[in-house]
Design a binder for this molecule. Structure first.
Ligand SMILES: [Zn+2]
Length: 94
């Protein structure tokens, strides 16, 4: 990886995995998904997170169907922290 592609994105630090947020003894962060901006994945828990605007986040509730970044069918897991005027939305494959 060269110096340019290894620069941090403007989306900020990797968000914590939602499973880790609910289990303080298992805190860990998610990793960026190659080829998608503001999308992260926890491979261990098959969980994804995406930075979306607040209006989008508010239009989804836990358990709602959510179109995944790769075009697959997803389901909303949880809302996460706010950052840069948006909200982290956690989801997984349906
Ligand atoms: Zn995890």
């Amino acid at each position: 990886m060269d110096a340019i592609t290894s620069e941090p994105t403007t989306s900020g630090p990797n968000p914590p995995c939602d499973v880790g947020r609910r289990h303080p003894r298992d805190k860990h962060r998610m990793r960026p998904v190659d080829g998608f901006d503001h999308v992260w994945q926890c491979a261990r828990h098959s969980l994804f997170a995406r930075l979306v605007d607040k209006a989008t986040a508010e239009s989804y509730e836990r358990g709602d169907a959510y179109p995944m970044h790769d075009g697959g069918d997803g389901v909303v897991v949880q809302h996460g922290d706010e950052r840069q005027g948006g909200v982290i939305l956690y989801y997984r494959a349906a």
